[in-house]
Structure formats: C-alpha cells, structure tokens
Design a protein. Structure first.
Length: 654
C-alpha cells in the first residue's frame, strides 16, 4: 500500500494557559513526557502501580499482564474487585451526601440524587434482580431511555456479577432481537417508553416484538420501568413492573467480588453490516482506563460539574457517564432530551443552569448547533466552563475554532479524543495542561499507550506520513474478545499480516511534531488517480467555507480515476436548488481546489437539509456510499434520526 497522503494544512497551535497548566493534574510537557518515560522503562510496572493506587481491590493482584494466550490478553487476573463498589461504596464515608447525578428530563424537570441515594437505589434493584434468579455471569439486556434508571440498572448488574448489554433505545425490534439472541440474555430491563424532543418513543412494544420473532427462549423475565405512563401490554407470566419488584427490597446488597478479567459488559458495535459484533470488556482493566483518562484528559477535580452528552447505549455513555465519573466521585449531568428541543439553545441553557465545568460532546452536534445558531452561546453565561471535549469522529478545524472562540471564549482547552468501543477509554488526546492543541488533531497518545502508523504489511512508517493506525502493546482497557466468536476477534483486530499489532481500522497521519491526525476509517480512504486521500481532510476544507455547516465525503467507482469524490453538503442557509445550487457547487469546488488542490475537487456535490445520522449524532457514511453508487438501501436504517433525508439526497446530484 502506498502511504496515505495528508493534504490538510493546519498551522495554528494553542498552548495551555499558564493558570490552567499550573493547576493541572499533569502539568506541562515535562510532566507528560515523564509519565511516558516511566511507561517506556517499565511498561507493566507503570500500569500495575496505577491499578493499585486507583482501584479498591478485594483481593490484591499478583499477576500484571498475562500474554500467554495472545491476543487474548489478561490484566490483573488474580485480583478481585467489584465495579459498583468502586463507583459508589467507596465514596460513602467521605462524600455520601454529594450530588452524584443531576438528571434533566426532556421537559426540563431536574432531579438530583446523592451518592448515598444512588447506593440505596442500586442495592434495591440488585436485590430485585437476584430474586429473579440473576447472578454471576448471567447476561441482562438493558433497553432504556437515558435516565437515572439506566445507570442504576448497569450498576446493579455490575454489583451482582451479571453481565449487562445495553442496547440503544433507538434500535429497532429486529436489531434488539439479534442482540438478545447473540448474547443469550436471561432477563431484559426496559421502559414503557422514553421522551425525546417532546415526543414519546415506544420501548416495551419493541421488546414484545423482538421476543415474538423467536429464538429468545432463554429470556425468563422482562422488567419495565414506568416512564411515560403510556398503556402497554404486560404478560403476567413474564413481565414485571420495576417499581413493584424493588419496593420491598433491602437498601443494602453485598457486592459480588469478581476476577479483574470477569466480563463487565458486552456492547454491540453500531452502524456495521452483517452479524452484530459484541465487544467484550473486562472489569479491572476497563475501570482503570476510565479512571486514568478522566484524570489525565479531563483533568477532573472534585469540584467539577461534568457533562458527557452521550447516551449509555454507546461506549462513550458507558465510560464517561456510567463508570468513569462515578469511579472518581464526580457530580455529573445526565440528559434525557436532544440539543435542539425546545430550541437550539438547550445545551447552553443547561450549562448555565447547572454550572457545568467540563463539557464533552460530538463534532456532529457542534456542527449542527453552528448551523442552527452560531451566535446562540453568546446569549448564555458559560463562564463555569473550564474544559471542552469532543468525541466520536475527527473535528473539522473550523468547527474546533468556533468551539474554542464562541463556547470556550478562548480560555478553555479542547480535548479532541480518539478512541473506540474496542479500546474502552481514550487512547490519543491532548492532556489539557501539558500538550499544545492543534485544531483537528487528537495530538499525542496517552502515557502508556503505544501507537504507530504502518503500511498494510505492518512496516513502520518513519517520521511524517500516513497509513494504518495501530497499537503496538496491549493496554488494560482493551477489548478482550468478540462475544462467542474468538476467531472473528483475532481476524478483525490482530490480522496475521500485522504480526501482533492491534488494527484500529482508522487511517492516520503523523506530522513533524509527532501529532496524530485521524484521516477517516480505512474503508473511507479514497484512491483518486493514484493518490490515496483521507475523507476527513476534504470534509474539513469544505466546512472551512463560510457557507457550509456540515459535509461528508465518500467515493464511488470511476473508470478512469479509480474513484471519484462525492460530497454531501449542508449549508448554513437554506438548501439551494436549480441555478443557485449549480453556482454554489462551482464555488465550493473552486474553494477545495484552492484549499487542498485540484485532485481533491468533488466530482459531485449533493445538497441536503441534513445528513443521515444515528440518534447519537454519527453520520452513516455507508448509507451515503450506497446512495453515491445508486444502490438500493436494504440494510437496517431504524437507528437513523432522520430516515427521510435519504430520499432527498438520492435526487440532489449536481
């Protein structure tokens, strides 16, 4: 494979402010480099010391890293612990009355719950699960709206050693059925429905439909939380109400002490075709990854009000809602609704109201909010903010600059985080008091994370250059297996040609300062007239145009060039048609030619009012590729927030 070319030029650098640097957990580049050197000199000892200091162990570990069954690595395997104990119990003596969760419902109703109250709720529900026959190693499907109850359910499973598998509430009955069958679930926790943007979303009905499809004989009980009050069908032999099963339960449940390698959860990756892929995570190593990334990347302090906008149906909601913040005794905001209801100022109003100090959201949400009102944050008091973060995909430099100037008022560091469902926690991100930021770059690896860029045969690419992003050494929070399919795990993440390297599935470029720039998924790399180009850089060039709010780039086969470039563009104004669309398309082609070069000019531009996105905000590029090729879309689109947009984009070629 020829190296992937980087065509994006970005020279702006933002060093940490002195006041932030001086108070940071990791202060200055010397502090960061000292941690990296410690990991380099004694890799396993580095992680072992952190594990001993940051986690409460019931039985201390003596084994650190077991590589005997590589790539099925094991960390701290002979140590025992409980994740729920580490997230709740250990805080009770010192901060039992501290607010753990500030829950804001779709309609704006706010509920606060302390660590002591959270402990009681988790224990009662854990006891209720035990009474239904759920115990060590049993799999439980959680299909709930974003809520306190979702976190309670996850923590209750962890408390008794059950393995939870959270399914995002936007998935269809068919997708839910696939996950129930694959994981071999014994019990399902759901709700009558949820509320999003003022609209009720049915959940229990989807569970009934999924179970009716067959093959779910292992499911013995369904517990339903009453959220909306909508009428639902309750099967008296199978279905139970949450409030009834926990009503008489005790406020204390003894934690079940499990091996550090005991599976904490199985989370199915979203957006892929074919059989769902159940990513299996451990307890000890995973917990350590979330704790250290909270400390290093978010520079978390005891006084922070932390808000990660992700749903618990995704890995971000696991690591930076349900586990990481609680393990540190944080106060965090949990939000049921969407950023545009009742208006596009919702996020900014909530930051003002709850005095949020750390705000973590997705680039696609940022771009959408720019389109809906780029000046809106100026109408709210955002002075409580001290750190901003992005997650889910690379952030375009111009969106980064808006986030920096308008939301952060040029005083808040931005943590652009690269990681995956499979990595469990942050892998590459700027430590905000140490590493100068570059708009669009996730900068440098975390201490103890050894990454590289290689050719397709695993050959190291020296210095600057682009290629496959890989991880060279196992790390504690890494994926342990694909549930029930070890061969798929080996082939997907440790292919033979890479000789033991972990394949991330992303392409990346390393610049002259050793900073990493994610260029898109390997599948998204374009081969245009012999040039291998990353889609993210062309998207960034388009978004830098004052007319453009969002853009997505895909390729389609071309007889002469190999691939042609198709751009899907959302403007800040109304969607253009006719001659106006042709004029703007010509302007944008010229713009890209000037910003990057003629090779990157889109062959087609399709204007839409939006892009096809999941309810978590991720752009579904595989659907855009199908549209570009003129293929009929036959895959499941139930997770799309706006399925009607596909028809619009199908007929908008210019």
């Amino acid at each position: 494979m020829s190296s992937i070319e980087s065509v994006l030029t970005e020279r702006r650098v933002f060093a940490p402010h002195d006041a932030f640097r001086q108070a940071a957990t990791v202060s200055g580049m010397e502090g960061y480099l000292a941690l990296c050197q410690a990991a380099e000199q004694d890799y396993t000892g580095f992680w072992a010391e952190l594990a001993r200091n940051e986690i409460d162990w019931h039985t201390p570990f003596s084994e650190i890293l077991d590589e005997s069954q590589a790539p099925f690595y094991r960390w701290f395997a002979d140590g025992t612990l409980n994740a729920s104990h580490n997230c709740i119990d250990r805080h009770l003596a010192t901060r039992g009355n501290k607010t753990a969760l500030i829950f804001e419902a779709d309609d704006g109703t706010v509920t606060n719950i302390t660590y002591k109250e959270l402990h009681q709720r988790v224990c009662r529900f854990a006891n209720a699960l035990k009474k239904q026959g759920i115990g060590l190693g049993d799999r439980v499907i959680i299909y709930l709206p974003m809520s306190i109850e979702a976190i309670v359910a996850m923590q209750a499973c962890a408390r008794i050693g059950a393995i939870h598998s959270v399914v995002f509430g936007g998935f269809s009955a068919k997708s839910l059925h696939e996950r129930i069958v694959d994981v071999g679930a014994k019990l399902i926790i759901t709700a009558d429905g949820g509320l999003r943007g003022g609209k009720a979303v049915a959940l229990k009905g989807a569970v009934d439909e999924a179970l009716a499809l067959g093959g779910c004989d292992g499911v013995e009980k369904v517990i339903a939380y009453q959220r909306t009050g909508v009428e639902i069908i309750m099967n008296p032999q199978r279905d139970l109400w949450w409030h009834e099963v926990e009503a008489a339960e005790n406020d204390y449940c003894e934690p079940t002490w499990v091996s550090a390698e005991h599976p904490l959860f199985i989370l199915y990756t979203s957006g892929s075709t074919g059989t769902p892929k159940g990513v299996q995570h451990s307890t000890g190593g995973y917990l350590l990854g979330t704790i250290m990334s909270m400390k290093w990347v978010f520079d978390h302090k005891a006084t922070d009000i932390f808000w990660c906008t992700a749903d618990v149906g995704w890995i971000t909601g696991h690591s930076y809602v349900a586990y990481g913040p609680l393990a540190l005794g944080s106060t965090q905001v949990v939000f049921e609704g969407i950023p545009t209801y009742p208006d596009a100022g919702r996020f900014w109003k909530m930051i003002e109201q709850h005095k949020v100090s750390i705000f973590y959201t997705a680039p696609t949400a940022i771009r959408s909010l720019i389109k809906l009102g780029g000046d809106l944050p100026n109408h709210y008091d955002l002075s409580s903010l001290r750190l901003l973060g992005t997650v889910g995909e690379p952030i375009n430099p111009e969106a980064w600059m808006w986030y920096h100037k308008v939301v952060g008022k040029e005083r808040c560091p931005i943590a652009d985080t690269w990681w995956q469902t499979e990595t469990g926690s942050h892998m590459i991100a700027p430590l905000p008091g140490a590493i100068p930021a570059k708009p669009g770059s996730c900068t440098r690896p975390l201490p103890g994370i050894i990454v590289d860029i290689v050719e397709e045969d695993g050959t190291h690419i020296d210095g600057t250059g682009g290629g496959l992003l890989v991880v060279k050494k196992p790390w504690p929070s890494m994926i342990r297996n694909i549930w029930g399919n070890p061969e798929r795990f080996r082939k997907a993440y440790f292919p033979e040609e890479l000789k033991g390297l972990y394949l991330a599935g992303d392409s990346a470029h390393r610049d002259e300062d050793g900073y990493f720039w994610i260029m898109g998924r390997i599948d998204d790399v374009l081969n245009v007239s012999g040039h291998r180009l990353g889609t993210m850089e062309i998207e960034s060039a388009l978004v830098a145009n004052p007319l453009v709010a969002e853009a997505a780039i895909v390729g389609k086969p071309h007889d002469i060039k190999g691939e042609s470039i198709v751009a899907y563009v959302v403007l800040k104004g109304e969607r253009p048609e006719g001659d106006a669309a042709k004029t703007i398309a010509a302007q944008l082609r010229d713009w890209v030619g000037k910003e990057i070069g003629p090779i990157a000019k889109p062959d087609e531009i399709r204007f839409g009012e939006n892009l096809p996105k999941t309810r978590s905000g991720k752009i579904m590029r595989r659907l855009l590729r199908s549209l570009a090729k003129g293929e009929e879309i036959t895959s499941d689109i139930s997770t799309l927030d706006n399925p009607a947009i596909l028809e619009q984009l199908k007929h908008s070629t210019i």
